[in-house]
Design a protein around this ligand. Structure first.
Ligand code: NAD
Length: 435
């Protein structure tokens, strides 16, 4: 199969490289010339484990190419995927579809024969209908069809998720489009990855429902953590105790500082806007959004309490800035709300993140950056673990304690054993665990 991928970001680049690895011929297109030049030069514009090797191998085999020229990139394609960003629209939380519709218009004008246009971007219900309308208005070749194929990969484990997906969702009523997508994903049949064929609207909604459900699980366990703290129970054990139940499942039951990232915050909001427009209340998800916003804002108070009730003049070390480990993505990261609260309270902040600094620096002008985790502790009154990077787990706590001015370790990801922290001479506050 010949595939074109419009948008070469976290999703487009990973999907394009994986499709090429399946044996298809893939051209990744991006309107950002710097990004394309960088990839062509062998450097990845994003930090994703294993991606550079996968891209290189497929480029070397001649199956994967990159261009900024859409007409050149889609030439001869059987399917054109759209993987451009759909951020929250400023002010109202609707999904901003500007990039999607721009790409579709450009595509319609460039097409010389029918293709299957596949939306991989997360888009609200009815976007596929609008794409079909634009294609018709722009006189795209007869036989061009529109399918929805939402992406469920997680940053940090994106290649594995793409190659061994729990399921593939394809939404279209067009039998030949279905056949093209079946062929594209055929290499996964060996792993018996189920393909769920639905209508286009159902596929579009399925993606939002999945993210909203996962966001709900996180907010659920976060509220349970608050209850655990009040009644002297341990949320880690509660999570294990319920997670071993197959009906519940163990994933997304890690209590923490609230969810962030490029998907959950914007997708929950966009789902609420869709529901509003449809006149259907979504009380659970609107509560989840509020619980999460409040939680992120409240994290600075935990640090305030740990340093004696006043942040003014305190030096706070922050370990981890990205919204989760194994990515450089800072979009809506909990660290941003936490650090804003610390600075508001009059603290100075020094932070370290193994890969996130480049994206974090422009977002956090008021803080200092350290070269490693130990330097963050130098002279600090408190140390806060915000992102659970593996390299923090084995840190020498006694060395950290020696370097600090104060003794508070606030572990917002529960990566440490509290007793060990105390043995090293520090005080320990986790999330949802007995003091
Ligand atoms: P991103 O911002 O990393 O990448 C989007 C890319 O599209 C950018 O490089 C941009 O330059 C390019 N682009 C925009 N308009 C273009 C055009 N007209 N022609 C060519 N290129 C264009 O975004 P992302 O994180 O990859 O997300 C893409 C979509 O996938 C979003 O809808 C997102 O919700 C969804 N999604 C993301 C993830 C994730 O973990 N990041 C997971 C599943 C789904």
């Amino acid at each position: 199969m010949r595939i074109a991928m419009i948008g070469t970001g976290y999703v487009g680049l990973v999907s394009g490289a994986c499709f090429a690895d399946f044996g298809h011929h893939v051209t990744c297109i991006d309107k950002d010339p710097a990004k394309i030049a960088m990839i062509r030069g062998g450097k990845m514009p994003i930090w994703e484990p294993g991606l550079d090797a996968l891209v290189k191998a497929n480029v070397d085999h001649g199956r994967l190419t990159f261009t900024t020229d859409l007409a050149e990139g889609i030439d001869g394609a059987d399917a054109v995927f759209i993987a451009v960003g759909t951020p929250s629209r400023r002010g109202d939380g609707h999904a901003d579809l500007t990039f999607v519709f721009e790409a579709v218009r450009e595509l319609a004008r460039a097409l010389t024969g029918p293709v299957v246009v596949v939306t991989k971007s997360t888009v609200p219900v009815g976007t596929g209908d609008e794409i079909a309308r634009i294609l018709a208005v722009e006189k795209a070749p007869v036989g061009t069809s529109v399918a929805s194929n939402p992406e469920f990969l997680r940053e940090g484990a994106a290649i594995r998720d793409f190659k061994i997906p729990d399921r593939i969702v394809v939404g279209t009523d067009d039998e030949s489009a279905r056949e093209t997508l079946r062929e594209i994903y055929r290499p996964l049949f060996l792993n018996q990855s189920p393909i769920v064929f639905t209508s286009r609207r159902t596929a579009e909604l399925t993606k939002y429902a999945a993210n909203a459900f996962l966001a709900m699980k996180i907010s659920f366990i976060n509220e349970m953590a608050d209850l655990c703290e009040a009644v002297g129970a341990d949320v880690q054990e509660v999570a294990r105790g319920i997670g071993l139940d197959n009906r519940i499942g163990a994933k997304f039951l890690h209590a923490g500082p609230g969810y962030g990232g490029s998907c959950f915050p914007k997708d929950t909001l966009a789902l609420l806007r869709t529901a509003e427009e449809a006149g259907v209340e979504q009380r659970i998800i609107s509560t989840v959004v509020k619980v999460n916003d409040d939680r992120k804002a409240a994290m600075a108070d935990r640090v305030r309490e740990a340093v004696g009730g006043d942040l003014a003049g305190k030096k706070i070390g922050v370990l981890g800035l990205t919204f989760k480990p194994n990515t450089d993505d800072m979009r809506d990261a909990p660290s941003l709300a936490l650090i804003a609260g610390l600075l508001d309270g009059g603290a100075t902040v020094v932070a370290f993140d193994p890969v996130g600094r480049e994206h974090a620096e422009p977002l956090l002008p008021g803080i200092a950056f350290a070269e490693d985790a130990y330097a963050v502790a130098d002279g600090a009154d408190a140390l806060v673990v915000v992102t659970e990077w593996d390299e923090f787990r084995g840190i020498d706590l006694a060395d950290i304690a020696k370097r600090m001015r104060g003794d508070a370790l606030i572990d917002l990801r529960n990566i440490f054993d509290g007793a060990e922290v105390v043995r090293a001479g520090l005080s320990y506050r986790g999330i949802g665990r007995p003091a």
